[in-house]
Every structure is written in structure tokens, then in C-alpha cells.
Design a protein around this ligand. Structure first.
Ligand SMILES: *[C@@H]1O[C@H](CO)[C@@H](O)[C@H](O)[C@H]1NC(C)=O
Ligand SMILES: *[C@@H]1O[C@H](CO)[C@@H](O)[C@H](O)[C@H]1NC(C)=O
Ligand SMILES: *[C@@H]1O[C@H](CO)[C@@H](O)[C@H](O)[C@H]1NC(C)=O
Ligand SMILES: *[C@@H]1O[C@H](CO)[C@@H](O)[C@H](O)[C@H]1NC(C)=O
Ligand SMILES: *[C@@H]1O[C@H](CO)[C@@H](O)[C@H](O)[C@H]1NC(C)=O
Length: 375
């Protein structure tokens, strides 16, 4: 009994020590076979480092980030380096929606909600509002050497209806596997659409300074058509004979000249939502690999769509391990690959996509990132 008490006291003491650094407490997960090591902080349940082995057996940190994790909260550029994004990822037209959803919500109706706008000269809401889930302090609810679970309670923050409680679990496994799964429940009817916003550079800036020569496969034949504010028009673009066609893998820059202005002038490259053709979880929706490091990533997910952003707007000092801080992450330093739902489906009722959750209807999200080596 005494021993147990002493142990509990020690644990509380350690807990208090960790709490001093909260929400930037670092949790390190390593697969027993040494194939993968990932680090996380509580703020946003954010992944801060991800080490996997290249074709020479050397580990590289293949995600962007900061050496000083407090920048996740304070960097005015706010590139959103690898957190869980919510309560509603991507954009909401005019920061407005209704429940039930309607095409052009009447500003004064009682079932209409307004979320603070923070994108495109405040014409829409991006990534959950001014302070989204990525800048909230999550709490660790369980932890082992290979898995950590964080909880976030969103009490009608940013003007969304009802309280949402979310649990995000990150796990590493032998054979170079990282899994993230999220379960969320809501006390009232509310839209929920989450993503994990990871910026990849599979060379880790050794042998190449950008992702233009990475090979990309996206199992999708249609892309959400968007207007100049990156808001869906309701239509889809058939990828056939366009720069959006990654059904047969190709280098990211294969059709590069055709991508000038695609993500809104002067932006070059991609920032688009592809709808997956398949709905089998076992089939990779996205694959990404580099011949330089030999590192290959295959992503499987429960999500129907993926946002691929080639990071035109980046300008943030790099981590030391990536050659920083004198060098910056800049345009095309990384590709963000975000497993998600149909973007702004809550303002696009013609799609018949139901993103309203609440009592009796919980939200689930998961993605598995599998690493291997190509020679
Ligand atoms: C946009 O939202 C505001 C409230 O935030 C509302 O007053 C305005 O009418 C809306 N604009 C349009 C075009 O719906
Ligand atoms: C909302 O505004 C519209 C257009 O101005 C008006 O016709 C309608 O009566 C208003 N509804 C309410 C509930 O105030
Ligand atoms: C999260 O923690 C940071 C640092 O301690 C603090 O500045 C911030 O206000 C906290 N945010 C919330 C929403 O509690
Ligand atoms: C792309 O544009 C650049 C600059 O205008 C030009 O030099 C290059 O030849 C073009 N490449 C292709 C494949 O058309
Ligand atoms: C790097 O990024 C920081 C922050 O945006 C900026 O102040 C600095 O000028 C950039 N450095 C270069 C060389 O562009």
C-alpha cells in the first residue's frame, strides 16, 4: 500500500512538472523495431518531428516544424504545421452556415451561425476560426511507448453550436506505420470536418530543397471546382487531360507550367480538394515518394477526400535539422496532404453530403501512414 502511495505521489509530482510546460510538453513514440519515431505536443495534438529511415538506413525528419514549439501558438504566419484542425477544416463561405444547411443562409435567421472570418480579406473562415483546434491546449488522457491520446473539449468556441469533445490517438507500429484516429461527439447539432495538416518533405532537405521532384499518386478523377476565394462552386473538374491528373503517378512538377495561377494568382502549384474514386479503406488514396531519399509514403484513410497544397505561401525559418534557422521554408519546400471531407459541404447542399453531427451521431476520422523504401 505504502509503495503504491509513493508511486502515485511521484506520478502526480511528475504530472505537475509536465504541466509546467503544457501545452508544449513533448511526447515521443517509437516503434519497437526502430523503424519510426514521432514526437507530439499537446497544443493541437500536433506532430512536431517524424523520423523514418531512408534507402541507406539513415533516419530523416520528414515533416516541417519549429525548433521552438511555442511558435505553433505565436507565429503570425500561422502555416499550421501538422496539428489536428477543427472544428471545421478548410474554408466556410462568409463564415456562415445554417442547420439544416441551405444554399444561401439568410443572415438574420435563427438557425444561422456566424464564425469569425480570417481568410481572403475576411471573406471566409479558414481552419475553424481565429483560434481553431490547432491553437487549443489538448490534454493527454493516456500514453504508452507507442501511443498517445489527447482530449480537447470545444465549448461552443468561435461561435459553433454545442460542445464537442474530441479524442485524438496517435500510434506507431513496427514496419514504419503511423496511425492517427479521432473520435468526436457533440451535445448539439453542429458541423464537424477535421483534418491532420501534415507538411511533408521526404528528402528532409538533404539532396533537394523542394518537393517538385517527388512522385505523387492520387486515386481521384475529380477535383472540387473553386472560385477566386477558394470556395466551392458546386461543380467538379474532371481531371482527365488536366494538370490535376495524378491517377498515374507523376512528378509534382510534371505539368508545372499549367499550374500558374491555379491556386489563385500569383500562386503556382496546387491547393485543391480531390475526391477519392474508391471507398475501400485498404487502398492507398495518396502515395508520395522521392528517389533521392528513397522514402515512400502510402496513406489509407476513412475520409472521402484529400487536400493537396504545394505550399506556395510558406516563408518561415526552418528547423536546425533542415538547415535553419538562416534558411527559410519557402514555396514548394513541402507538400501538405490533408485527409478530409468534401470542403464547405455545409454551404453546398446540392452535394447531399451530411456533415452535421450531434447526439446519436458521432464523428470518426482516421488515417494510416505507411513508410517503405524504394531503390
Ligand atoms: C456574410 O455574413 C455576415 C454576418 O457575418 C452577414 O451580415 C452578411 O449578410 C453575409 N453576406 C452574405 C453575402 O451572405
Ligand atoms: C430577414 O431578412 C429578410 C431580408 O431582409 C427579410 O425579408 C426577413 O423578413 C427577415 N427575417 C427575419 C426573421 O427577421
Ligand atoms: C494555452 O496555453 C498557452 C501557453 O500556456 C496560453 O498562452 C494560452 O492562453 C492557452 N490557451 C487556452 C485556450 O487556454
Ligand atoms: C515552362 O516555362 C518556363 C518559363 O517560361 C520555360 O522555360 C519552360 O520551357 C516551360 N516548360 C515546359 C515543359 O513547357
Ligand atoms: C524568413 O521568414 C521570416 C518570417 O517570415 C522573415 O522575417 C525573414 O525575412 C525570412 N527570411 C528570408 C531570407 O526571406
Amino acid at each position: 500500500m505504502k509503495l503504491v502511495t509513493a508511486f502515485v505521489t511521484l506520478a502526480s509530482f511528475l504530472g505537475a512538472t509536465f504541466a509546467a510546460d503544457w501545452p508544449f510538453d513533448v511526447t515521443t513514440l517509437s516503434a519497437p523495431d526502430g523503424s519510426i519515431t514521432a514526437k507530439f505536443v499537446s497544443l493541437g495534438a500536433t506532430m512536431t518531428e517524424l523520423w523514418v529511415k531512408d534507402k541507406h538506413g539513415q533516419a530523416r525528419d520528414i515533416i516541417l516544424g519549429y525548433d521552438d514549439n511555442t511558435q505553433l501558438l505565436t507565429d503570425p504566419a500561422h502555416p499550421v504545421f501538422n496539428p489536428i484542425v477543427g472544428r471545421y477544416a478548410n474554408r466556410i463561405k462568409n463564415g456562415t452556415f445554417s442547420i439544416p444547411i441551405t444554399k444561401e443562409p439568410q443572415a438574420n435567421a435563427s438557425n444561422v451561425f456566424h464564425i469569425p472570418t480570417n481568410d481572403h480579406d475576411n471573406q471566409d473562415t479558414l481552419h475553424g476560426g481565429i483560434v481553431g483546434w490547432d491553437r487549443r491546449n489538448w490534454t493527454i488522457t493516456s500514453k504508452s511507448r507507442t501511443s498517445v491520446t489527447y482530449r480537447h473539449v470545444d465549448e461552443a468556441d468561435e461561435g459553433f453550436p454545442g460542445t464537442v469533445t474530441a479524442f485524438a490517438t496517435h500510434t506507431v507500429e513496427n514496419g514504419g506505420i503511423l496511425k492517427t484516429s479521432i473520435h468526436a461527439s457533440a451535445t448539439e447539432k453542429t458541423p464537424i470536418m477535421l483534418t491532420q495538416h501534415i507538411y511533408w518533405n521526404l528528402d528532409a532537405f538533404q539532396g533537394s530543397q523542394d518537393i517538385l521532384n517527388h512522385n505523387l499518386h492520387v486515386d481521384s478523377s475529380k477535383v472540387v471546382q473553386v472560385d477566386g476565394d477558394a470556395i466551392p462552386t458546386g461543380n467538379f473538374v474532371d481531371v482527365d487531360n488536366t494538370a490535376f491528373d495524378f491517377r498515374t503517378p507523376k512528378k509534382i512538377n510534371w505539368d508545372w507550367n499549367e499550374t500558374v495561377g491555379l491556386c489563385g494568382a500569383p500562386c503556382q502549384g496546387y491547393d485543391h480538394c480531390w475526391i477519392y474514386d474508391h471507398n475501400e479503406e485498404a487502398k492507398p488514396g495518396v502515395s508520395l515518394w522521392s528517389e533521392i531519399s528513397g522514402i515512400k509514403l502510402d496513406v489509407t484513410t476513412t475520409n472521402p477526400a484529400v487536400q493537396v497544397y504545394t505550399a506556395y505561401w510558406l516563408n518561415t525559418p526552418r528547423k536546425l535539422v533542415h538547415g535553419g534557422p538562416s534558411l527559410n521554408y519557402t514555396s514548394f519546400s513541402a507538400v501538405a496532404i490533408e485527409q478530409e471531407g468534401y470542403i464547405d459541404a455545409i454551404n453546398t447542399p446540392e452535394w447531399n453530403v451530411n456533415q452535421i453531427y450531434g447526439p446519436g451521431k458521432d464523428y470518426e476520422w482516421s488515417a494510416t501512414y505507411k513508410f517503405s523504401v524504394v531503390h
